[in-house]
Design a protein around this ligand. Sequence first.
Ligand code: NDP
Length: 335
Amino acid sequence: NRQILLASRPEGEPTAANFKLVEKPVPALNEGQVLVRHHYLSLDPYMRGRMNDSKSYAEPQPLNEVMIGGTVGEVVESKNPHFKAGDKVLGMGGWQEYTVVDANQRGVLQKVDTTHIPLSAYLGPVGMPGVTGWYGLVRIIEPKAGQTVVVSAASGAVGGVVGQLAKERGCRAVGIAGGPDKCRYVTEELGFDACIDYKQHRDLKSLSAALKEATPDGIDGYFENVGGMVLDAVMLRMNAFGRMAFCGMISGYNGEPIPMANPQMILVSRLKLQGFIVSEHMDAWPEALKELGTLVATGKLKYRETIANGIAEAPEAFLGLLKGKNFGKQLVKLV
Ligand code: NDP
C-alpha cells in the first residue's frame, strides 16, 4: 500500500518536499472492518489549509501521517455484514492506494450507485464540491429567475456547478476564470452567458469595464472562490440587496494578504455576506445530492476532470491545483 505522508509544513507556497512517499503492508482485517481499494483520490484546495499548524475551522493534518482526502473505490474484502466484495464506496481514505475501514461507524463508508453516475463523479458534481456549489447558491444567494449570478473559479469543480444551477433557475450566469480555454469551456460547454478571463486584466479599472459589459443589469448574487481584485470589481457592481456567498479565497491560501478595497459597498448597496463550510450543513446534503445526481445522470449537468496517474503523482497534481493548472475537478487515478 503506497501512501503519501505530510513530511513537513510549508512556509508560503508548498513544494513536493513537504510530502513523502512510503510503502506499507496492508494489515489483516478485524471483525467489522472492510478493505477498500481506491480507484480515485480527490484533490481539493482545503488540503492546503490542513498543511498549516495554525488554528482554522479544521484541525491541522498531523505530520508523518497519511494526507487526508476523499476517495472512491471498491470493497475487495469484508468482515462487515453491511459490505461485500465488489461494492462501490465513497469514503475519506486519504492519499493512499488502500484503506482498512471500521465500517460500523456511521457514515465513514457509503455505498454509491454507479448504474447511471460514474464513480469519479461522487468526488465532483455529485459529491462535496457539487453540494458546496448548491449550498452557496441555493441557500445563501437564493437566486430568482431573471437575476444575475457571478461565480469566480468558474471552470472548476465548484464553480461549474454554481453557474449551471443558476441557469437551471432562469438566471443570467457569468463566470470569471483564468485563460481563454477555460472561458471558452465555461460559455460553450457549460452554457454560462458570459465569462471573463481575469488574467487579461492587469488593473481594477480594466476588470471592472469587462464586468460591466458582462453584467448589463448589475449583479444580484456572487459566489466567491478566490478573493483579491476579482472581489473588488464585483463589489462595485453589486445591486442593492445583493447576496454574496463566501466559499473560498484561494488567492490567499499561501498566506498572501487579501485586502478588501471597497467594504463601504456592503453598506451602500445593503449587501448580505455569508461565509460557509459545506460539511457543517449536512441537513442540506440529501436535497442537494438529489438534484445534482438527477442532473448528472440525465446529462444536463456537465463537468470536466483533470486526472493524474498513480499515487506518486498526487503531490505535483495538488501543487498544480493551487496554481490553476487543473481544468475542472482534479483527481488522481489509482487503479
Ligand atoms: P477548482 O477546481 O476551482 O480549482 C481551483 C481553481 O482556483 C484553479 O483552477 C484556479 O482557476 C483558481 N485559482 C488558483 N489560484 C488562484 C489565484 N491565486 N487567484 C485566483 N484564482 C486562483 O477547485 P474547487 O472547485 O475544488 O474549489 C473552489 C473553491 O471552493 C476554493 O476556494 C475552495 O477552497 C472552495 N471550497 C470551499 C468549500 C467550503 O465548504 N466552504 C468546500 C469546497 C471548496 P483559474 O485558472 O480559473 O484561476
